[in-house]
Each structure stands twice: as structure tokens, then as C-alpha cells.
Design a protein around this ligand. Structure first.
Ligand code: SF4
Length: 336
């Protein structure tokens, strides 16, 4: 007689909110709507959001990803080009205009808000300190809102300790939207200790989605045997979630792009798994990962609701006359 072996029990603490934020949702919508309205190809400068599944999905619909506008062939100059959610330096729309290109700017409104805060500091005669990670497209975009030399990038508390400004009384800071809330607070404190006249931006730079996802992970990490964050290695907010989980007490914390990346042999005996997804990771991959655990464990889902998000950023006027089918909506929302 065949014996069925009982699967070991596993509780999955599933964070809510997790995954797509309003800025990512809007950026993907812009590409899908542009493809429907203008037809393929639609060019997209840089990964529209940092997620391979999303990028490949859009490529299959006719989007072409480029890094520089010069890559658009002359015969496709009439096709739209979309700028990614991370924002672009001012030189990019200027270059698009010079080339007579039709561009759609999918910069998240919360990134644009940081751009405005940086420009406001400069207008008020302050040198701008941008707290962020060198090389990230959002940082390149924010620095590129102001003339060269007007912004200094601060990555760490050590950078804050080393800074020698021309006028310590005329400084203002902004931050990247996707940083660790805790680390950033430490850097700001270090700057304020040295420069008491340092001016904060008029509104918080770290966005609601980053803050909410970090809070949810922090709440659910203590006692977790393993914490998985769904996201890409180049996704800043996803990588911060891995760090938050570790610091908050998860025994092990890993970033995975797909279920196939779960290192089953390294996981060992686990009874509690924490699970969340970065702001650019679609829900369909969260489902894929839960299914992979169901095949090996007797899973109980413990939904940990720590915030309710109602943010919704409308697309630009020129795309509002295009309708999305239920299938389009499922893709835009990360469910397909
Ligand atoms: S993570 Fe924040 S800033 Fe980035 S796209 Fe989402 S809402 Fe906008």
C-alpha cells in the first residue's frame, strides 16, 4: 500500500502592502497605453521599472528598451519614447526635443516632487545634498535637474563626516525615494550635527511605498526562519527590504526574482517564512513563490496588514482616451 508522506507545516507571513506601487503601475500603464494608441515599436529609455518579468512582458507587446535616445533608428523617429519611472536629467527631454522626438515622461510624480524640492533649495541659495546611491538612475536624474556642482551626493555617514561645504550655513538636503528609512535618518542626524542650519525638504523624500513596505517587513521579520523578498538585484527598494528583514530578526533573508531561484538545499528546516515584494515586483511572482512552497509544505497564509494604500497616479492627458482591456489591466497590475 502506498504511504503518503505528510508535508511539514509552514506559516507564510505575507506582507500587505507589498509589490507594485502607484508610480510603477502608472509607468507600466503608460507603455501599454502608448503601444495601444500608437502601435509598436514604442521605445523605452532604460528599464521602465527594475523588473525583468515586466520588461520582457512589454517587449513581447512591442516595446523596445534603449539606454540612449541616439539608439532610436532614424526611420522610427515618429515612434514615441517613454522615460522610465526613475526620472531623467533635464538634458534628456532637451535632447529629445532637439531630435524632434515625441516623448512621454513616466517619471513617478513622487520623484518629480524630489526634483522640485532640490530646485527649490537651489533657488533659495542653498547647496543641495542628495542622500542616495551613486549610479542609480533616480540619483542621476535628480542630480541632473541642477547645473553641475550644485549637488553633492552623500551615500553614507562617513560621507557626511567628510563633507567640506563652501558655506555650511547654506545647505539643503533631499533623498532618493527608495532608501532605508533607518539609514537615512542616521545620515541626516550626522549632517545636522555638523551643519545645524541644514534645511530639510518641504516634504519627506522617501516615498509612501518604500516606507510602508519597510514597516511591514520590520513587523513580520522577528522570529522568521527565512525571509524572501521578490525583486530584482538592481531594484533599490527591494534590496533595502532584504536588509530590513535581516536587521529586524529574520534568521536568513534573500532576494529572489522567480521561484526557480529559491535555494531549497540551503533553506533547511523552516516553519515560518516571511514574504514580501519590492515596488517593481508583480504579484504573479509572489503567487508563483507561494505555489512552490505549497508543493513542499503544508502552507498556512498569515496575512499581515500594516497599511492601506489608496494612492493612484493618473497617466498623462494624451493617453487618457485609450481603454485598457481586462487582460491589459491584469498585466498593468502585475496579476498576469
Ligand atoms: S517606489 Fe515610490 S517613488 Fe518609486 S515609483 Fe514607487 S511610489 Fe514612486
Amino acid at each position: 500500500m502506498l504511504q503518503t508522506i505528510a508535508k511539514p507545516p509552514l506559516t507564510i507571513r505575507l506582507c500587505q502592502p507589498r509589490g507594485f506601487c502607484a508610480g510603477v503601475d502608472r509607468a507600466i500603464q503608460i507603455v501599454v497605453l502608448a503601444l495601444k494608441k500608437y502601435g509598436a515599436p514604442v521605445y523605452v529609455r532604460h528599464e521602465i521599472v527594475h523588473n525583468r518579468y515586466v520588461v520582457e512582458g512589454l517587449q513581447s507587446l512591442g516595446a523596445v528598451f534603449i539606454e540612449e535616445l541616439s539608439e532610436i533608428p532614424p526611420e522610427h523617429r515618429q515612434s514615441p519614447v517613454v522615460f522610465s519611472a526613475h526620472g531623467v536629467p533635464k538634458s534628456v527631454p532637451a535632447d529629445a526635443q532637439a531630435r524632434n522626438l515625441f516623448y512621454l515622461d513616466a517619471t513617478c510624480p513622487l520623484v518629480s516632487k524630489v526634483h522640485k524640492q532640490a530646485m527649490r533649495h537651489q533657488r533659495l541659495g542653498r547647496h543641495v545634498l542628495l542622500i542616495g546611491h551613486a549610479g542609480h538612475p533616480e540619483v542621476i536624474g535628480t542630480m541632473g535637474q541642477l547645473p553641475e556642482g550644485a549637488v553633492t551626493l552623500i551615500e553614507t555617514e562617513a560621507d557626511a563626516a567628510r563633507l567640506v561645504p563652501n558655506d555650511p550655513k547654506a545647505l539643503g538636503f533631499v533623498t532618493q525615494t527608495t532608501l532605508s528609512v533607518e539609514d537615512t535618518a542616521g545620515i541626516i542626524r550626522a549632517l545636522q550635527d555638523r551643519f545645524p542650519d541644514l534645511q530639510a525638504p518641504a516634504a519627506e523624500s522617501i516615498c509612501y511605498a518604500t516606507t510602508n513596505r519597510q514597516e511591514a517587513v520590520k513587523d513580520t521579520a522577528p522570529g522568521a526562519d527565512l525571509y524572501l523578498i521578490v525583486g530584482a538585484p538592481n531594484s533599490s527598494n527591494s534590496r533595502r527590504l532584504v536588509e530590513v528583514a535581516e536587521r529586524a530578526g529574520a534568521r536568513m533573508s534573500l532576494l529572489v526574482q522567480r521561484a526557480a531561484e529559491i535555494p531549497w538545499n540551503d533553506i533547511g528546516n523552516i516553519s515560518t517564512l516571511g514574504l514580501s515584494a519590492g515596488a517593481s515586483a508583480p504579484e504573479i511572482i509572489v503567487d508563483e513563490i507561494i505555489d512552490a512552497f505549497r508543493q513542499r509544505f503544508d502552507v498556512t497564509i498569515d496575512l499581515a496588514i500594516t497599511a492601506t494604500e489608496t494612492e493612484d497616479f493618473p497617466v498623462m492627458r494624451v493617453l487618457r482616451d485609450v481603454e485598457l482591456t481586462p487582460a491589459d489591466m491584469a498585466f498593468v497590475n502585475g496579476a498576469a
